[in-house]
Write a protein that binds this ligand. Structure first.
Ligand code: PLP
Length: 460
């Protein structure tokens, strides 16, 4: 670990003794001391006391401008007044019945208005909705295999947790990557039904279809790969996938858990002009409550109506989440708010670019919608394997240095990105940029001292 990183981590430890103690206590009863592995990092995670608008407080009493925003689930910002009001009302009228109610078609209407789908069903998380989408695609085609991209994340079910962060020794051919389980417990039979290709590499997709004739039910992807920092589809890539799916009789599933709300008013299909067969939504559509949805044409969704595919869930459409979702679509994800966040995103992105150039950092800034990232690599990354080359320790210096000065620039982990909420202000962006400007020279000199011959550690 280089000196500057050590200093920032020592400062972090000095500032946050209550988080350290809370983590130690939690470790006794909770594996890693956290409720999701993504929340764990060395030396220990910050423990949160509260959040309001674009800010949070930790339990040591420090305030942060929050661009983590629950791994991008809070384009609404914390406790958005419209969401709070709507949820509060429903809390007094019963939250869950296991019976239908009228908010269901209202929210389904909102979703069908924005995204190219005709019918939807609801769930409580991204994992759930990508799982159901894959199952429906299998039923619709009578095929078992799903094609996903190396480095993409679609949640935790057996089909999704494959080749998410594979180690270099397990990669295999770039045009035909191995299917690598993302941990123990994934049955070999299930691995055999997940075919992996490289993002931005249409020949690798063609090859996988050729090698598995008549067997691939669907391609599932994030239209922008957001689990390797932020990796844009190269021109023609999404259009190429559409053509391949049409030619091969497979479904195209856009996992819009991140992009659905945060990229644009109508999500990625609107932004890129490519129409998928199915869409998966979660995170920011719920305004901070657990809400997911998947949708497709009537023809595909009638597999559920015709009792050919089973879908259920005790907590589906609980009224608190539905009220939050409706308030989010009607009062948060408005055209005016996209205009507001668009301006903030431009300011943050341009500000970062200016500071990177001034400090002489070998890095680039990429942003789309309300997401963006500092990529500590001199060239644009186009796929997962490129991403593994970023300088991880330099990134850690960046993250801790920002935190120590009151800015959560993004979630911990260099495969993530910042999110701007509708409640962030110009002053928040100015603070974020002022802190980055303060730390950028130290990053540049650490980078210079380390040389550019670093190799990043793949995965976490
Ligand atoms: C693109 C994508 N799909 C699916 C998921 C899984 O969502 P959840 O954590 O709600 O299960 C995530 C979570 O980060 C995601 O980023």
């Amino acid at each position: 670990m280089h000196d500057e990183l050590q200093i920032e981590i020592a400062t972090y430890e000095k500032r946050t003794p209550k988080s350290a103690a809370a983590h130690k206590r939690a470790l006794v009863r909770i594996p890693l001391g956290v409720a999701s592995n993504y929340r764990h990092y060395e030396p220990y995670p910050l423990f949160v006391a509260s959040g309001k608008a674009g800010h949070i407080h930790d339990i040591d009493g420090h305030e942060y401008v929050d661009h983590n925003l629950c791994f991008g689930a809070l384009m609404a910002g914390h406790s958005h007044p419209a969401v709070v009001k709507a949820v509060e009302e429903k809390l007094h009228q019963g939250t869950t019945f296991g019976m239908p109610h009228e908010q269901e078609w209202e929210l389904a209407e909102e979703i069908c208005k924005r995204y190219p789908v005709e019918m939807v069903r609801f769930g409580s998380s991204g994992t759930e909705v990508t799982m159901h989408a894959c199952r429906i695609a299998r039923a619709a085609t009578g095929r078992d295999k799903i094609l996903k991209f190396e480095g993409s994340y679609h949640g935790l079910h057996d089909t999704a947790l494959v080749s998410v962060k594979p180690k270099a020794e397990d990669w295999g051919d770039a045009d035909a990557p191995n299917s690598v389980p993302g941990g123990g417990g994934i049955p070999k039979n299930s691995l055999a039904n997940v075919v992996v290709a490289s993002f931005n590499n249409l020949p690798s997709v063609e090859r996988r279809f050729r090698e598995n004739p008549g067997q691939i039910a669907a391609i599932i992807l994030e239209p922008i790969l957001m689990n390797v920092g932020l990796c844009m589809p190269q021109p023609g890539f999404l259009e190429g996938l559409r053509k391949i799916c049409d030619a091969r009789g497979a479904l195209l599933i856009f996992d819009e858990v991140k992009t659905g709300a945060k990229l644009a008013w109508g999500g990625a299909s609107d932004y890129f002009g490519v129409k998928p067969d199915m869409i998966c939504l979660a995170k920011s559509i719920g305004g901070g409550l657990p809400l997911g949805a998947f949708g497709a044409s009537k023809e595909v969704m009638h597999l559920i109506s015709d009792h050919k595919v089973f879908h259920g869930g005790t907590y589906n459409t609980n009224r608190a989440a539905m009220a939050a979702g409706l308030a989010t679509f009607r009062h948060v994800l408005t055209r005016e708010n996209y205009e507001h966040t668009g301006k903030l995103s431009k300011k943050l992105t341009q500000g970062y670019r200016h500071i990177v150039a001034k400090a002489g950092l070998q890095a680039y800034i990429v942003s789309a919608g309300v997401n963006g990232a500092l990529m500590l690599y001199p060239e644009e990354i186009k796929n997962y394997r490129d991403w593994t080359k970023i300088d991880v320790d330099l990134w850690r210096q960046y993250w801790f240095a920002m935190v120590n000065r009151g800015v959560l620039a993004q979630p911990y982990w260099w495969d993530e990105q910042w999110t701007i909420s509708v409640q962030h202000t110009d002053a928040d962006i100015e603070k974020h940029l002022a802190v980055f400007e303060e730390i950028a020279p130290a990053l540049a000199s650490a980078q210079h001292a380390r040389g550019l011959a670093f190799v990043g550690a793949a995965g976490h």
